[in-house]
Write a protein that binds this ligand. Structure first.
Ligand code: MSP
Length: 595
């Protein structure tokens, strides 16, 4: 038998089939029009978002939380567009099989199930506390998942896409992947002796030689290229799509998709062959179908609307292996794949050995849930790594949430300036819809028109940034408008105007009305990122639960000659500072960091 080096540059035609016949290549059926159920509905009537499922070999860190928050913000933003939560699904969960978990459990002296239960519970608790609004939490050790994986395997087998061959090559247990020779180098390990490690992750690799089931990945190079050419936004942001297209220019060898159960017992057995365990990545990726009810037909209405959020380190698995498996099983590739970069801590990669892993629950306690959500999503840029350090969090939250946004709300609602506690009336002659129509009562200047135009276009801009997976830019745009609104209030100094003066009062009311309208837009748009803070803000403005969607937003209708439902309405009760400054407690933070 000729051994097959998966990921080595050996032509795949040399793989020797054993046990299973080598069938004629079957052409995958592309489901471009979407399956039944989804077809009769309005486009985008449904949307499904997923996070990666998280390994349970170690406790959650801020990078994991970031992945989940990005998906949460996308999903929450989608829900704001209506028709409501019923049309969205959002799954997250834990990836519990594989050598990595088997080894971590052994090292901890635990049975794998004990380790999985323990760490999975930590992820569930973290996500609950962080307001991750998932509708399903999957564990790959659940029976529903085993059924789905085995069904999926059978679908690949029925299409002649699996064969038995001898796999020989490097395996990195920590990354759960096979590596070509070129991706392995020799470096001193913990004992000081040089050992083989993965060039990319620095993790140890070991030489493996065994008989496995092999997936005919090499057949999918051209279909994958076609998929990406036909869907230029499939992988977003665009540089990641380019990376994948470049990978597809290279050799795409067949892929080993099982391990000997004597070596890897912690996993799902190959149907009909207990001597083999299904490769953990095939097992893990199928979670995206399991949560939709696969293999029962209900999954078909949701699958074509499913978008994945993933970190850049797992791009190859999601943008090459997964779409190839799907095409192989007769399903369409994912709707979108949103890719993000990583968090470092004080300039260094987070790692247990460096002792710099940041506990996300401590951050939620320190900066509040909304504060930390805002920080991660405001500072996290998908195309490059971002650095976490405490001073940066404090500075950002104090300036943007406490001072700029909280200060603005306070300025417009404080009893001293707004003694009636209402949404004041807008005076059209003071702020005519076009500067050219200005009469003697007009008080608005060019910068005020610029503000109205900026806030009027903000929801669209924010939606575009979400569509391009640039949530940080959406928040930057909101923050810039908050600054502009503060400039507007500062310019017109309502505290210098008097409600008693018949000349000042209409303009004073108008200044507050415009600023409150801006705040209503900001509160609405911030809901996906800072849900509690946005709720507090909108409640203070007297905006009811049914008036918080993007469809109901219509900014400053009085300026455009339409009635405003808020005009004259009582503001909601005063509930204290929107976001208390953090810097008073800074000394404590620094001390806590040192101990
Ligand atoms: N179990 C696989 C995913 C299977 S999905 C079918 C896995 N798990 S993981 O726990 O290692 O990573 C989960 C997610 O966390 C990935 O998207 C990964 O990119 C992300 N992060 C891990 N470390 C990170 C940072 N330091 N910063 C940001 N995100 C990072 O991979």
């Amino acid at each position: 038998m000729v051994p097959l080096r998966v990921w080595a540059a050996r032509p795949l035609g040399r793989a020797v089939a054993r046990g299973l016949p080598l069938p004629a290549p079957s052409r995958p059926r592309l489901c471009s029009s979407g399956p039944r159920g989804a077809r009769d509905e309005a486009p985008e009537a449904r949307a499904c978002f997923t996070t990666p499922i998280f390994y349970v070999n170690a406790a959650p860190h801020i990078g994991h939380l970031y992945s989940a928050l990005l998906a949460d913000a996308l999903c929450r933003h989608r829900r704001l567009r209506g028709p409501g939560a019923a049309a969205t699904r959002f799954s997250t969960g834990t990836d519990e099989h594989g050598l990595k978990i088997q080894q971590a459990a052994a090292a901890a002296g635990l049975a794998p199930t004990e380790l999985c239960d323990r760490v999975s519970a930590q992820f569930q608790r973290l996500f609950r506390e962080a307001g991750v609004s998932s509708t399903d939490f999957i564990r790959t050790t659940e029976a529903r998942h085993r059924r789905a994986v085995q069904h999926f395997w059978a679908a690949l087998q029925a299409r002649g896409l699996l064969y038995k061959g001898l796999y020989e090559g490097w395996y990195c247990a920590s990354d759960e992947c096979f590596l070509p020779e070129a991706k392995v180098s020799r470096q001193p390990g913990p004992s000081g002796d040089p050992g083989p490690v993965s060039v990319e992750s620095g993790q140890p690799v070991s030489w493996t030689q065994e008989e496995n089931y092999i997936f005919r990945l090499s057949q999918f190079r051209e279909p994958l290229q076609r998929w990406l050419r036909d869907h230029p936004q499939a992988i977003t942001p665009e540089p990641f799509q380019r990376t994948v297209l470049q990978w597809l220019e290279e050799d795409l060898p067949d892929l080993s998709v099982s391990r000997k159960s004597s070596h890897l017992h912690w996993g799902i057995p190959v149907p009909g062959d207990d001597s083999q365990t299904i490769y953990v990545w095939l097992d893990a990726l199928v979670n995206y179908l399991t949560v939709l009810g696969y293999p029962s037909a209900e999954f078909e209405a949701w699958w074509p609307t499913t978008s994945h959020v993933i970190g850049k380190d797992i791009l190859k698995f999601h943008a090459i292996y997964w779409p190839a498996f799907l095409l192989g099983a007769g399903l369409s590739p994912p709707h979108r794949i949103y890719v993000h970069s990583h968090w470092t801590v004080c300039g260094q990669k987070m790692s247990k050995s460096l002792g710099n892993v940041v506990d996300p629950r401590a951050c939620l306690d320190r900066y509040t849930v909304d504060g930390f959500r805002y920080f991660l999503l405001r500072q996290g840029v998908p195309t490059w790594d971002c650095d976490y350090y405490e001073e940066k969090v404090v500075k950002l939250l104090d300036s943007e949430l406490a001072d700029a946004l909280g200060g603005l709300l306070n300025r417009c609602t404080a009893q001293r300036i707004n003694p009636s506690g209402t949404y004041p009336a807008f005076c059209a002659p003071c702020f005519p819809s076009e500067p050219g129509l200005a009469g003697p009562a007009a008080r608005a200047g060019p910068e005020d028109y610029a503000l109205v135009s900026a806030v009027a276009t903000l929801p669209r801009q924010v939606a575009d940034h979400y569509a391009n997976f640039q949530i940080y830019k959406a928040l930057e745009a909101v923050s810039s408008c908050v600054r502009q609104t503060n400039g507007f209030v500062q310019r017109h100094a309502p505290w210098k105007l008097s409600w008693e003066s018949p000349v000042d009062a209409p303009w004073l009311g108008t200044v507050l009305h415009v600023a409150l309208e801006c705040l209503r837009v900001f509160g609405t748009l911030l809901q996906p990122v800072t849900p509690s803070l946005a709720d507090k803000l909108l409640s203070r403005l007297g905006v009811s639960a049914t008036e918080r969607g993007l469809g109901e937003l219509s900014f400053l209708p009085r300026f455009y000659g339409h009635p405003c439902p808020f005009e004259g309405r009582r503001l909601g009760p005063e509930t204290g500072l929107l976001f208390p400054r953090l810097d008073q407690s800074r000394a404590w933070l620094v001390k806590a960091h040192r101990t």
